[in-house]
Structure formats: structure tokens, C-alpha cells
Design a protein around this ligand. Structure first.
Ligand SMILES: [Zn+2]
Length: 243
């Protein structure tokens, strides 16, 4: 196991070849329909493969050089943009009549692994799900040996993650952040699970949505509907300035 992990943790700085077509975020490879606006330096999109309809993703788009593989190793200032995205996404949820929005980042690259086993390039991005989803429980289904701590201030993420893969999850209720947690590996197996597993797949399974491993082909109508709804939201509220 140790040998596998040693060869697997490729380490940051191994390559700068991010424009190889494998990472949609690095190449900004999204349709005009999917592009919804910005939150600071983050781009907001309606992603493909939405397990929960009306999900959004905010990702870092590198203005120069190479994007950060996850927020825990990003340069200072990202937390402010993520908080802006949270405010926008949660306002969108409430505009649609919901009360709760759950956010997460699965920081697979926190330990230095840049590529998933499937060749998926890790890239800092932050996801929103409308509704009440217990992310901690989802992660525990991937591997129960995780350690959960409070993360009161997002900008403490780098220090708290300390070079480990992680999941950060925050819950908003009635417009307020009511829960902010950092999920870290508590064993070697959970380290691997946090690097390898996809929360989306576990969520789809739990919600009876079937196999989402081929997520790019799943439920394209949700991508369009979310984009349509978000544009109606921005044109009817003060979020107009983002469009
Ligand atoms: Zn990328």
C-alpha cells in the first residue's frame, strides 16, 4: 500500500502541461450557455452531470500560468471570492424558494496528487448543491476513518489541511453560514479515499440517481435548466451586474 501511494503522489510541480485538453477548467472548455458570470476571480458555470438540479460550480481560471490544483494550496485571496460565490449561489437557492444550500470542495490535490487515476486533472473548484445534504455522512460512506473539525474561517484552510487531501463543506440556512467543516484523512485508506473518490458518485447512489461515473452524459437537461433559471435570477435581482 505504501509503495502504491508513494508512486501515486506525484507531487506538485511535476508538469505544467495543463492545456492538454484533459481539464475543462484549465482550457475553459464550456459552452456559452454554461457560463453564468463571475465571483471575483472565479468563473461560475452550470456544470454537466448535475446529481442535484440547480447545482453550480465556481472555478479558478488562471489569468497567467497554471491554475491551483485545490484551494488549500492557492495563493491568498481565494477565500474572499469563494465567499462571494457562496453568497450568490445561496441567494439563487432562496430566489428559487429553497432555504438551504450546501457547498463543498473536494481537495483531492491537497496531498500533492495532480492527476486522478483516470487522468482527471485536479483543479480548484467549489460546488454548490441546493438543499440539505449531509456531506460528512457521504464522505464517511467513502471511508469511515476520516477526522472532522470545524473550520471557522475559510482562509485558514491551507494551514488546517497542512498538505493533506480533504473535503471542506459549508451549509447555509436562511442566508447564513451555519456549519463549516473540514474533513481530513484519519488513516492511510481514508487519505486514498479522499484523493480518489468522487462525492458526486456517492451522492447519486444515495439519492437513487443511478451510476454517475459517466457524469458528462448524465442529465444534460439539468445543465440547461439551471443556466436558464440562473439567468432569470440575475435579470430579476441585483445580481444583474454579474451577467
Ligand atoms: Zn485545470
Amino acid at each position: 500500500m505504501v509503495t502504491v501511494l508513494a508512486s501515486y503522489r506525484s507531487g506538485r510541480g511535476g508538469t505544467n502541461e495543463t492545456s492538454d485538453g484533459r481539464c475543462a477548467f484549465c482550457t475553459n472548455d464550456f459552452s456559452d450557455e454554461q457560463r453564468l458570470g463571475r465571483a471575483g476571480d472565479l468563473n461560475i458555470i452550470s456544470p454537466l452531470g448535475q446529481v442535484v438540479p440547480s447545482s453550480l460550480v465556481a472555478f479558478q481560471f488562471p489569468r497567467s500560468g497554471v491554475a491551483d490544483p485545490c484551494f488549500s494550496v492557492a495563493a491568498d485571496g481565494w477565500a474572499r471570492d469563494v465567499e462571494e460565490f457562496e453568497r450568490i449561489a445561496d441567494t439563487f437557492t432562496r430566489w428559487r424558494g429553497g432555504r438551504a444550500t450546501v457547498f463543498y470542495e473536494q481537495g483531492r490535490a491537497g496531498g500533492g496528487q495532480l492527476l486522478g487515476r483516470s487522468g482527471f486533472w485536479h483543479h480548484a473548484h467549489y460546488c454548490s448543491w441546493p438543499g440539505e445534504i449531509d456531506v460528512e455522512r457521504l464522505v464517511r460512506t467513502m471511508d469511515p476513518a476520516v477526522v472532522v473539525t470545524q473550520l471557522d474561517d475559510l482562509s485558514d484552510l491551507g494551514r488546517a489541511a497542512a498538505g493533506r487531501p480533504y473535503v471542506v463543506t459549508r451549509k447555509f440556512l436562511d442566508g447564513r453560514c451555519v456549519d463549516s467543516r473540514l474533513i481530513l484523512p484519519g488513516s492511510e485508506s481514508s487519505w486514498t479515499a479522499l484523493e480518489d473518490s468522487h462525492l458526486k458518485f456517492s451522492l447519486a447512489e444515495q439519492l437513487g440517481e443511478g451510476d454517475f461515473r459517466d457524469w458528462q452524459t448524465r442529465s444534460p437537461e439539468r445543465t440547461s435548466q439551471t443556466a436558464h433559471d440562473f439567468r432569470a435570477f440575475t435579470s430579476s435581482t441585483h445580481e444583474r451586474r454579474m451577467a
